[in-house]
Ligand binder design. Structure first.
Ligand code: HEM
Length: 131
């Protein structure tokens, strides 16, 4: 499976800048209010970090030798924050809702399926690195 459609879609969505992360966290905190206290009151820094991490992950999709250690390291950094494996599906749901929102007419079932698969793989590696 080529990662090109995901890269193109992420470029389209990423052009909306900080709005993307803001939408993502608003969506996440409405789906899962219980996770809000895990994050700092001001989400500005966190929004930048999320976009930078997603951009790094997307750029490494064809390079598992680099991507897997990156995700293991990111997973380890989530240890001790109260993040548990069962939090990953709701984060994935918010990510897909965010991508769909900013894709507009460009969104389709193929993208939805490929993003879900890519997120699932990334989440599995991160969960494996949580203690
Ligand atoms: C693919 C999935 C995820 C990605 C790409 C991601 C990305 C990030 C990044 C880049 C940071 C900044 C800190 C660092 O780089 O070490 C971070 C922090 C954090 N993440 Fe995630 N994360 C993911 C999944 C989750 C999940 C499932 C939760 C559960 C609610 C979560 C909760 C948090 C919290 C609480 C912080 C710390 C915020 C702070 O204190 O500033 N993350 N995440």
């Amino acid at each position: 499976m080529s990662s090109q459609p995901l890269k193109e879609n992420f470029a389209l969505v990423g052009a909306h800048g900080e709005d993307v992360a803001a939408y993502f966290y608003a969506d996440l905190f409405s789906r899962a209010p219980a996770v809000r206290p895990m994050f700092p009151a001001s989400m500005e820094k966190q929004q930048e970090k999320l976009l930078a991490a997603l951009s790094a992950i997307v750029s490494l999709l064809d390079d598992p030798a680099e991507l897997v250690p990156f995700l293991e390291d990111l997973g380890r950094r989530h240890d001790g924050l109260g993040v548990r494996p069962e939090h990953f599906p709701v984060v994935g749901a918010s990510l897909l809702a965010t991508l769909a929102h900013f894709s507009g007419d460009a969104w389709n079932e193929d993208l939805e399926r490929e993003w879900a698969a890519a997120y699932g793989t990334a989440a599995d590696v991160m969960k494996g690195a949580l203690a």
